[in-house]
Design a protein around this ligand. Structure first.
Ligand code: NAD
Length: 294
C-alpha cells in the first residue's frame, strides 16, 4: 500500500475523499488555496502543505478540481516537482481532450497518469461509496485500485486515457436530462393534485424510477438527505451541472451525434445557471414551477 498521497482540491468532494484516505491510514499531503478548506483538511487529520508543489512529494497525487484549465495549470506546477514515476490520478470532471492532454503531459514528464472522475455526489464522497470511471493503462489502474476502493464503492476501468471522462460525460448528460424530466413530472403532478409523497411512493418502484428521484429527490420530504430539504444548498451546484452539460454538448457536436435532449438540457441548465449557479442543480424544479402558468 502507498503510504503517502498528495491531494489537491479540498472542496465539496475533495475534502471528504481526502478525509477517507486519512481514516484508512494514508498520510495525505493536502493543498487548496482556500484557507477554510485547508483548515478543514487539518481538522480531518491531513498534513496541510503551503504550495501545490509540496503536495507532489508522494508516489501518488490526486487532483479534484473545478475544470480542465485548472488541472492543466496545476499539472504544470506538479509535474516538474514530482519524483519520476509518480502516479497522477485526476478525479475532476473535465473535457476528454483536456484529460488526454493531462495524461500526455504527465507521461512525457516521466510519470504515470489516470483519469478517474466520479459519480455519487457529496454524500457518496463522505460515505466512501463513489463510483470511479477510470481511463488509462491496466498496470496503473491496478496500482490505483486499492486507494480508489477506499473512496469508492465501485471502480470501473473503462479504457485508455480520456475514456473515464467519456463515461462521466455520458452519465451526467443522462442525469441532467432525467432531473429535468423528473421535475417536469413533479410539477405536473402538483397541478393534478398528486402529493410529493404519493408521487414518490408510486414512481420510485415503477417504470419512471431514477436515481434523481430515489437518492436525490428535488422536492423536500421523500428523501431527507436530498438538498431540497436544505434550501437547495449544494450538493452538486448548478454551475457544475452546467459545466458537465457543456462538455457533453461539445462532445455530441464533435462526434456528430443526434443528441437533441442532451443539447436541450445543456440550454436549460445554461439559462438556469445565469440566475442560480450557486444552488443545487435539483433546484431546477423551482424554475420549472416558477415558469409554469398559475
Ligand atoms: P468545489 O468547487 O467545491 O472544489 C474545488 C476545490 O478546488 C476548491 O476548494 C478550490 O479552492 C480548489 N482549487 C482551486 N484551484 C486550486 C489549485 N490551484 N490547487 C488546489 N486546489 C484548488 O468543487 P467540487 O464540488 O468539490 O467538485 C470538484 C470536481 O468534482 C469538479 O470537477 C466537479 O465537476 C466534480 N464532481 C462534483 C460532484 C459534486 O457533487 N459536487 C460530483 C461528481 C463530480
Amino acid at each position: 500500500m502507498t503510504e503517502k498521497i498528495g491531494f489537491l482540491g479540498l472542496g465539496h468532494m475533495g475534502a471528504p475523499m481526502a478525509a477517507n484516505l486519512v481514516k484508512a491510514g494514508y498520510e495525505v499531503l493536502a493543498y487548496d488555496p482556500v484557507p477554510a478548506a485547508r483548515q478543514q483538511a487539518a481538522t480531518d487529520g491531513a498534513t496541510v502543505v503551503g504550495t501545490a508543489a509540496e503536495a507532489a512529494d508522494a508516489p501518488v497525487v490526486i487532483t479534484m478540481l473545478p475544470n480542465g484549465k485548472l488541472v492543466l495549470d496545476v499539472y504544470a506546477e506538479l509535474l516538474p516537482a514530482a519524483k519520476p514515476g509518480t502516479l497522477f490520478i485526476d478525479c475532476s470532471t473535465i473535457d476528454v481532450a483536456d484529460a488526454k492532454s493531462a495524461a500526455v503531459l504527465a507521461i512525457g514528464a516521466g510519470h504515470r497518469a489516470l483519469d478517474a472522475p466520479v459519480s455519487g455526489g457529496v454524500a457518496g464522497a463522505a460515505a466512501g461509496t463513489l463510483t470511479f470511471m477510470v481511463g488509462g493503462g491496466a498496470e496503473d489502474f491496478a496500482d490505483a485500485l486499492p486507494l480508489l476502493e477506499v473512496m469508492g464503492g465501485k471502480v470501473v476501468h473503462c479504457g485508455g486515457s480520456g475514456v473515464g471522462q467519456a463515461a462521466k460525460i455520458c452519465n451526467n448528460m443522462l442525469l441532467g436530462i432525467s432531473m429535468i424530466g423528473l421535475s417536469e413530472a413533479l410539477v405536473l403532478g402538483e397541478k393534478l393534485g398528486l402529493t410529493h409523497q404519493s408521487f414518490f411512493d408510486v414512481v420510485s418502484t415503477a417504470s419512471g424510477q431514477s436515481w434523481a428521484l430515489t437518492s436525490y429527490c428535488p422536492v423536500p420530504g421523500p428523501v431527507p438527505t436530498s438538498p431540497a430539504n436544505n434550501d437547495y444548498q449544494p450538493g452538486f451546484a448548478t454551475a457544475l451541472m452546467n459545466k458537465d452539460l457543456g462538455l457533453a454538448a461539445n462532445a455530441l457536436r464533435e462526434n456528430g451525434i443526434d443528441g437533441q435532449l442532451g443539447l436541450l438540457a445543456a440550454e436549460i441548465y445554461q439559462r438556469f445557471n445565469e440566475s442560480s449557479g450557486a444552488r443545487d442543480f435539483s433546484a431546477i424544479v423551482t424554475e420549472i414551477r416558477g415558469r409554469s402558468d398559475g
